[in-house]
Design a protein around this ligand. Structure first.
Ligand SMILES: Nc1nc2c(ncn2[C@@H]2O[C@H](COP(=O)(O)OP(=O)(O)O)[C@@H](O)[C@H]2O)c(=O)[nH]1
Ligand SMILES: [Mg+2]
Length: 393
C-alpha cells in the first residue's frame, strides 16, 4: 500500500514539474519567441524620439529562460544623450522671414493695391484704415499711419509702385518703432546669474518659449539653468525638463502642487552655484483671480530677489488672441514690471499689427517672436525684417 502511494506521489510531482516547464516556455508574453523591438506605437513628440533607448526598457525576466540567443547583439546599456547645438540669436528672424511673409503678406498686398490706385479718395482711405484695423494695428496707430500717408501722397502727386512701397514701409516702421531697446537683459552680474521670469496666460506658449529661449541663449554660448515654477501639473515640469535636456541645461523642479516661489528660489540658487549665465523661470498662468495672481507672482519675484535681481520679466502673448489676449496681459503688467514681450504664434495669424498695438498699450517692446512650433522657431524681434515681410520685397 505504502509503495503504491509513493508511486502516485512521484507521478503527480513529475506531472506538475512538466506542466510548470511547459508554462514557462509558452506562457503569454514569455520569451518563447525571439525578442522583438518594442513596437513604434503612437507617434512620439519630437523630444521623445530623440531620447536614446536604454537596454533596461526591453522588459524583464529574460535571463531565466532557455531560449535561442537573440538575433541582434545587445545594444550598449548606456548612451549619453546627444546635446544639440542650436543656432545663435543673430540671423534667426531672417531665417524665419518666409513664415512671416506667408502670414502677413495679405495685409501688405492689400495696402499696396489700394495706395497704387490712380485716385485716392475718402473711400479708398477708409479701406486702408479698415485693413489696418483688421490687422490689429490699433486705432491710434492706424489714424497716424493714414494721416501721414495722405499728406505724403498729396506732396508726391503721381506715384510709382516703388514710391508707394517706400512710403508704406516708412510709416509702418515708425509705428513699430525701431528705436526701442529690444536687448534681452541676460548679462550675469559678476559671478551671479541673470534671471529671466516668464509670465503670461495659460496656453500662450510660456513653457515652449522658455525652452526655445534656453536654446537661443545656449546657441549664443551661455550656460542656462531652468526653473519649473509652474508646479500645477507635473507634466509642465517634464515638458520644460525635456527642452533643457536637449541643450544640456539643468531644470530645477519641485513637487507637484508645491510652492512656485521656492522652486524659483532653488533654481536661482543652483544657477549661482553652477556659475550659470542665465536662469529662466517658467511660471503658471492658470490663476483665476487677480489677487491669486498678485500673490503668487509677487511672491516668486520677491523670493528671487533675496538671491539675485530679476533682470527681465517676459510677458508671453499669443498673437492669435488679439485684443482679448491683450486685456488679460494687462493684468500681469499690474502685478510685475514687464520688461519685454514675447509674441508667440505670429506664424498662425494675419494680424501682425498686434506688434504695434501691444507695444503701445503695454508700453513695452516686443523682444522675441514665436514663428512656429519647431525648437528653433523663436527669434529676437527685428522691426525691419518684420515690416519687409509684410510689404514684400
Ligand atoms: N504655431 C505656433 N505654436 C506655438 C508657438 N509657441 C507656442 N506654441 C504652441 O502653443 C501651445 C501651448 O504652449 P505652452 O508652452 O505649453 O503654453 P503655456 O501654457 O503658456 O506654457 C503648444 O502647443 C505650443 O507648441 C509659436 O510661436 N507658433
Ligand atoms: Mg506651461
Amino acid at each position: 500500500m505504502d509503495g503504491y502511494l509513493g508511486v502516485i506521489v512521484i507521478v503527480v510531482v513529475v506531472a506538475l514539474l512538466a506542466a510548470g516547464g511547459l508554462f514557462l516556455l509558452f506562457r503569454p508574453g514569455g520569451k518563447s519567441a525571439p525578442p522583438v523591438e518594442p513596437p513604434e506605437t503612437a507617434p512620439l513628440p519630437e523630444e521623445e524620439k530623440e531620447r536614446p533607448k536604454t537596454g533596461t526598457e526591453e522588459g524583464e525576466g529574460g535571463a531565466t529562460t532557455t531560449l535561442p540567443p537573440p538575433v541582434k547583439p545587445a545594444e550598449p546599456m548606456v548612451v549619453a544623450p546627444e546635446v544639440e547645438v542650436p543656432p545663435p540669436s543673430a540671423g534667426r528672424m531672417v531665417r524665419l522671414r518666409s513664415r512671416l511673409a506667408r502670414s502677413q503678406s495679405a495685409l501688405g498686398r492689400g495696402l499696396l493695391d489700394l495706395l497704387s490706385r490712380d485716385r485716392l479718395d475718402d473711400e479708398v482711405w477708409d479701406e486702408v484704415e479698415e485693413l489696418l484695423i483688421k490687422a490689429d494695428v490699433g486705432v491710434a496707430p492706424t489714424q497716424a499711419i493714414v494721416e501721414e500717408l495722405r499728406t505724403k501722397v498729396k506732396v508726391l502727386g503721381s506715384r510709382t509702385p516703388e514710391e508707394v512701397r517706400a512710403l508704406l514701409r516708412e510709416q509702418l516702421l515708425i509705428q513699430v518703432n525701431p528705436d526701442l531697446d529690444r536687448t534681452l537683459h541676460v548679462k550675469p552680474h559678476g559671478e551671479r546669474a541673470a534671471v529671466v521670469l516668464v509670465v503670461g496666460v495659460n496656453g500662450t506658449g510660456k513653457t515652449t518659449t522658455t525652452g526655445k529661449l534656453a536654446r537661443v541663449l545656449v546657441g549664443d554660448g551661455k550656460k542656462v539653468v531652468l526653473g519649473a515654477a509652474d508646479t500645477f501639473r507635473a507634466a509642465a515640469a517634464d515638458q520644460l525638463q525635456t527642452w533643457g535636456e536637449r541643450v544640456g541645461a539643468d531644470t530645477v523642479r519641485g513637487p507637484e502642487g508645491g510652492d512656485p516661489a521656492s522652486v524659483a528660489f532653488d533654481a536661482v540658487t543652483k544657477g549661482i552655484e553652477d556659475k550659470a549665465d542665465v536662469v529662466i523661470v517658467d511660471t503658471a498662468g492658470r490663476l483665476h483671480t487677480k489677487t491669486g495672481l498678485m500673490d503668487e507672482l509677487g511672491k516668486v519675484k520677491r523670493v528671487i530677489e533675496k538671491k539675485a535681481t530679476v533682470d527681465e520679466v517676459l510677458l508671453v502673448l499669443d498673437a492669435t488672441t488679439g485684443q482679448n489676449g491683450m486685456r488679460q496681459a494687462q493684468v500681469f503688467g499690474e502685478v510685475v514690471n514687464i520688461t519685454g514681450i514675447a509674441l508667440t504664434k505670429l506664424d498662425g495669424t494675419a494680424k501682425g499689427g498686434i506688434v504695434i498695438s501691444v507695444q503701445r498699450e503695454l508700453g513695452v517692446p516686443v523682444k522675441l517672436v514665436g514663428l512656429g512650433e519647431g525648437a528653433d522657431d523663436l527669434a529676437p524681434f527685428d522691426p525691419e525684417v518684420f515690416v519687409d515681410a509684410i510689404i514684400g520685397e
